[in-house]
Write a protein that binds this ligand. Structure first.
Ligand code: FAD
Length: 242
């Protein structure tokens, strides 16, 4: 009611995400950021293990062991996102029924480059927490005692690898299953006007046509691809100059 009537109050908070940052680790190509930091004015414990943790599909055992000690504390987090993972997943048709769900293979962290990038990003976040602006608020690093990581010394390199594998989630930013490219590219599925090679009268208009990942979230590129495709189709089917 507060929000509907007066346009202020708790409902105006930006879904926990107060800020985003983009960094280049030593593993980036030097041109574009390879990690995004989602800065949350809270964390997985902010609702004491309610909805947030369930949406991340963290098991009871892991959550209770690793995080219940933080209940009631004020928390802040900067979640590192790999913008350009080298690990590639794939999908496979289950059968020839168009209503069958495809088989999806994430293959997360199969390329060691991705783990090294994540570990460096974690170190960056730790330094961020130790910087003056955060010290002012008494920010302290919390090393969750993950039940499956107890044989790694907290804060060690192997601890962080175990922690990252334990807490890794997808941000649902999958792209590239119908790559756009020139006819000379054996991996290309659609041409630069999004027409499927070898099939007449069929275009693919979604994020699957992206030949590579972008340094950001996916809704804006999806809208741009849709707008561009609409313009190209209108141009072909009418005399309207677009
Ligand atoms: C939970 C979640 C949260 C997200 N949060 C964000 C966010 O905060 N910011 C952001 O930028 N991005 C976010 N994303 C990512 C973004 O929403 C997606 O990357 C984007 O919507 C994908 O667009 P698309 O057009 O490629 O595919 P989709 O949006 O998946 O569209 C595909 C469409 O094709 C239809 N379809 C499927 N099969 C057929 C068929 N055989 N015939 C006809 N139609 C078919 C589907 O019904 C669907 O409408 C989020 C994604 C998820 C899942």
């Amino acid at each position: 009611m507060q929000w509907l009537q007066f346009g202020d109050g708790l409902m105006t908070t930006p879904g926990l995400v107060e800020a985003v940052g983009f960094i280049k680790t030593s593993h980036s190509d030097g041109q574009v950021p390879d990690v995004e930091l989602l800065n949350l004015g809270g964390s997985i414990v902010s609702d004491n293990g309610g909805a947030f943790r369930k949406s991340l599909k963290i098991s009871d055992k892991t959550y209770v062991t690793a995080f219940s000690g933080l209940h009631g504390c004020d928390t802040w987090s900067a979640v590192p996102i790999l913008l350009h993972p080298k690990s590639k997943g794939c999908l496979e048709l289950r059968d020839n029924d168009p209503f069958s769900h495809p088989k999806l293979y994430g293959n997360y962290f199969t390329d060691p480059h991705d783990m090294e990038t994540m570990k460096e990003a974690v170190k960056y976040v730790i330094k961020l927490g130790e910087s003056e602006p955060f010290k002012k608020y008494g920010a302290q690093l919390y090393l969750p005692p993950y039940p499956n990581c107890h044989n790694h010394s907290p804060g060690s390199d192997s601890y962080w690898e175990c922690a990252i594998r334990t807490m890794m989630v997808s941000l649902h930013h999958h792209v590239g299953t119908c790559k756009m490219g020139p006819p000379s590219d054996p991996e290309a599925v659609v041409d630069p006007e999004l027409r499927v090679y070898g099939v007449d009268g069929l275009r693919v208009v979604d994020l699957s046509v992206l030949p590579r990942t972008v340094s950001g979230h996916m809704t804006a590129p999806a809208l741009m691809i849709g707008e561009k495709a609409a313009d190209m189709i209108k141009k072909i089917w009418s005399n309207v100059v677009v």
